[in-house]
Design a protein around this ligand. Structure first.
Ligand code: NAD
Ligand code: TYD
Length: 356
């Protein structure tokens, strides 16, 4: 038995593969295009492991996917591959449409043909698990209840709209073709190997480099933060026991305004790697122009996965953020390797136009 993971060289996918191989013996085939966000260095601990194999390729390449499915005959496909950063989707939505919508459609078509070639026993064991986001539900007001699986889809950014479209396709392939699908909608993740374009690693990396810590707008936007290891355990649980065709919200029961997140990071850095001038990293906070269409609040009601599958996060925000800050402090070389010319160009594109 084998599982096929797409996008396994990215942040969550690489954590998932490392966790998977630590917990069971089932081989993993990782298909990743290696965009700017894909980094094989994340998987250096499993390179050479006979249970792990990597193929570079695009989920939109149907001939490649069909060949891999026929050759490896995986019993599950877990789709992490996506363009994942809201700010990039604002600057250039095209890649998001291509990978998140057209790419997912291509995967579904390939899997539909593969599923049709299976015998009954293979069919009953097969799963297509689509990893999605809470951002498909749109933005909450302060007094609104958290997102449940029955909330309507109201995506507001090109990123969330493209993920919403992919979720709809996955749902349709279950209803129309009987494909055994599962969808997870998770809140904001943080932890090791997250590319420093997202809030938490960007703040750590900028703080250590003596650069400004850019807070969009008033910094009071709320996200629900989940440690990546908990997201991985939730996906494993849904894969094992989720009901076919269902969606499961995954979250950390941990809503916090962005400014609180940045203050937590600063407090940890002040403790673990104090600035040489004796001042706090708070000196580096800089309020900048807000993101266009910025969603004010996300919050996840993770009651269904708890009731049906008995899953709850293990990490608290305090334990998870401490591990994360420590990981970045211990991995200066990883940080410097991802700060290529392309990364610097992105920082210039996203931050130079924002007034301080
Ligand atoms: P990421 O950007 O770190 O990684 C994405 C990976 O997909 C990269 O390795 C990239 O090379 C690969 N990829 C991109 N386009 C591809 C293509 N066309 N074919 C094959 N591979 C391709 O993203 P992430 O943060 O690890 O997110 C993984 C998944 O989880 C995404 O689907 C995202 O929408 C979802 N998600 C992320 C979060 C979060 O907080 N990061 C929260 C909820 C859901
Ligand atoms: P991000 O990590 O990009 O995730 P998402 O937009 O998918 O939630 O951003 C998290 C929050 O942090 C979001 O409200 C935007 C805000 N943010 C900043 O204030 N400054 C920054 O430089 C970045 C990257 C994000």
């Amino acid at each position: 038995m084998t599982i096929l993971v797409t996008g396994g060289a990215g942040f969550i996918g690489s954590n998932f593969i490392i966790d998977w191989l630590a917990q069971c013996d089932e081989p993993v085939l990782n298909l990743d295009k290696l965009t700017y966000a894909g980094n094989l260095e994340n998987l250096s601990s499993v390179r050479g492991d006979p249970r792990y194999a990597f193929v570079q390729g695009d989920i939109g390449d149907r001939a490649l996917i069909e060949g891999l499915l026929q050759r490896h005959r995986p019993r599950a496909l877990i789709n992490f591959a996506a363009e994942s950063h809201v700010d990039r989707s604002i600057h250039g939505p095209g890649e998001f449409i291509q990978t998140n919508i057209v790419g997912t459609f291509n995967l579904l078509e390939s899997v539909r043909a593969y599923f049709a070639s299976m015998n009954d026993a293979e069919k009953s064991g097969f799963r297509f698990l689509h990893v999605s986001t809470d951002e498909v539900y749109g933005s909450l007001k302060a007094s609104d209840p958290a997102f449940s699986e029955t909330n309507r889809y109201e995506p507001n950014s090109p990123y969330s709209a493209s993920k919403a479209a992919s979720d709809h396709l996955v749902r349709a392939y279950h209803h129309t073709y009987g494909l055994p699908v599962l969808t997870t909608n998770c809140s904001n993740n943080y932890g090791p190997f997250q590319f420093p374009e997202k809030l938490i690693p960007l703040m750590i990396v900028n703080a250590l480099a003596g650069k400004p810590l850019p807070i969009y707008g008033d910094g009071q936007q709320i996200r629900d933060w989940l440690y990546v290891g908990d997201h991985c355990s939730a996906i494993r649980r849904v894969l094992d026991a989720g009901r076919l065709g269902e969606t499961y919200n995954i979250g950390g029961w941990n809503e916090k305004p962005n400014l609180d997140i940045v203050h937590s990071i600063i407090d940890l850095l002040d403790e673990l790697r104090p600035r040489q001038d004796g001042q706090s990293y708070r000196q580096q906070i800089a309020y900048v122009t807000d993101r266009p269409g910025h969603d004010r609040r996300y919050a996840i009601d993770a009651g269904k996965i708890e009731r049906e599958l008995g899953w709850r996060p293990v990490e608290t925000f305090e334990s998870g953020i401490r591990k994360t800050v420590q990981w970045y402090l211990d991995h200066a070389e990883w940080i410097s390797n991802v700060q290529s010319g392309a990364y610097r160009e992105w920082l210039d594109k996203n931050y130079s136009g924002r007034d301080a």
